[in-house]
Design a protein around this ligand. Sequence first.
Ligand code: ADP
Length: 587
Amino acid sequence: MCYCCPTFDSNRYKFKRTKRYEIMVEILSKNIIPVNDAERLEALVKYEILYTSAEEAFDNITKMIAQVFAAPMAFISLVDKDDVFYKSQVGPFGKDQVARADSLCSLTILNTEPLVIEDASGEACFKDNPYVSVEGGIKFYAGAPLITKEGYNIGTACIVDTKQRKFSEEQKQLLVRFSKLVMHEIELRLITKTIMNNATEEMVARKRAEEVQKTLSSVLEALPEKGWTANELGEANYLTKGWYEYTGQAYGEAEGNGWTAAIHPDDMDELVKKWFETVRTGRVLHHEARIRNKEGEFRWHILRSVPINDSVGKITQWGGTCTDVHERNMKKEELETKVLERTIELERSNKSLGEFAYAASHDLKEPIRKIRYFLERIKDRLKEKLEEQDLQFFGRIDNAAQRMSTLIDDLLTYSSVSRGVSFSQEVDMNDMIGIVLEDLELEIQEKSGKITVAPLPTIQGHKRQLQQLFQNLITNALKYSKHDVPPVVHISFQQITDKDIPPGFTERAVTKEYHIIEVKDNGIGFEQTDAERIFQMFQRLHGKAEYEGTGIGLSIARKVAENHKGYIWAESEPGEGSTFKILFPVE
Ligand code: ADP
């Protein structure tokens, strides 16, 4: 019989050809590496016990085993990949580990039953074993495997003697009990270790959180605002002295949901909504609410909060401040009321000014009509007596009255277009320009002018105002012609997109497509730097002596364009003629 592997089953343990194995085969002529060795080793490593220092709990059991069996040597061994490690031992052996190939424990783990070798000295399989074949070497060995819950044999509880011994069935069973006790201790050791580790981790996390809280509190306390930290439900776990001093709440009273007692009831719903939105999105809170001070006055505050992350980036709480912006808000409100009042006042005074201008202009027309009428009568009556110079004076009075009448007419027109567009209709621009040209027929003839008109679109607008606009432009084109060159005016049309509209109008653009009508003349022109100024009221580039005018015509034109959600601008060069461009949105 072979002692080393009495129940060896070659089918169960497949041979594994490692270097150690070769040695084993030589020494034992048997395989000592179980086929599941890799998983077995994995199970062993999990206990985190290999090559650890001696522990009292194990040493006590080893001592007990040695005592109970009256053995000179007892061991708790763990069979690693290449070596056998003795976690605990009693006796003179003294080594902490031996090569797996040389250890009898390597054989014990091959089976679930204990291995007993009563006299190893005569066995061929131990003939080269350095611990058996030597003088005073091992003669007796009894070991029970340490079997894990999953069924892996990770080591042994064993006794050794240098004398041969008998070992009864009861003793075998007792040794098995001891092996179970050792295994129990190993399991317990792992559980305790895990608990300890977790507890340490928890402790570290708690300590860290405390540190963060401490730093945060000191930062918040240093701020002039009221500060706080809270959990995701908005329950405050810390409030600064500033909060307690402002609200008059007692320490601890404001914690949890207590702080809400100081918020204005009308602001609470919105604040809660904003808070949960912030928590959900992980964003920064920035919200205004009224907070009551200890005198009972509600003052506006900006509530700001930021999420605070732990070491792995998880949001654990929120820290924030409440800044008093009451004064600022009050001033803003006051300012807004003032601006509103001023606007209403301005609108009212604009309206009455418009009304006044209209009424005044209207009323002024009558006396002027009378001045011109009576002037004509006097002239008739004194006809015979008047000298050439007197007639010139009369002529100048009449001219002045005429100019005044034109000015009043222009002012009246401006005042009426300033009131906007009361109604709009489809205006066929071809017809409309036709009427204007009919009205100006005499002037065109007088100047030997030539006016060409390309087909124009129909637009939605105020016919009378549009007529006014084009009348002013064509009148100017005729008026500001060169002395020796008959005026040539061309009116054209094209449709453009918002990409081509002038920069001055982009902000007011209301649609993507525009009609653009151009009135181009061959007149005296002007500097492009004056192109914007001429649209201002009473702005004239040319003297009265040379060219008659009131300086109101282009202001009316611009107002009309604006009334139609459009725009007018000019492009010119002295001596090269001018082009006036009018933009109307395509509706
Ligand atoms: P006015 O009654 O003086 O013609 P407008 O407001 O119509 O007033 O025009 C303002 C000024 O713009 C004019 O005085 C003139 O200097 C200049 N202007 C207007 N149209 C033309 C034009 N077609 N060619 C040259 N200058 C022009």
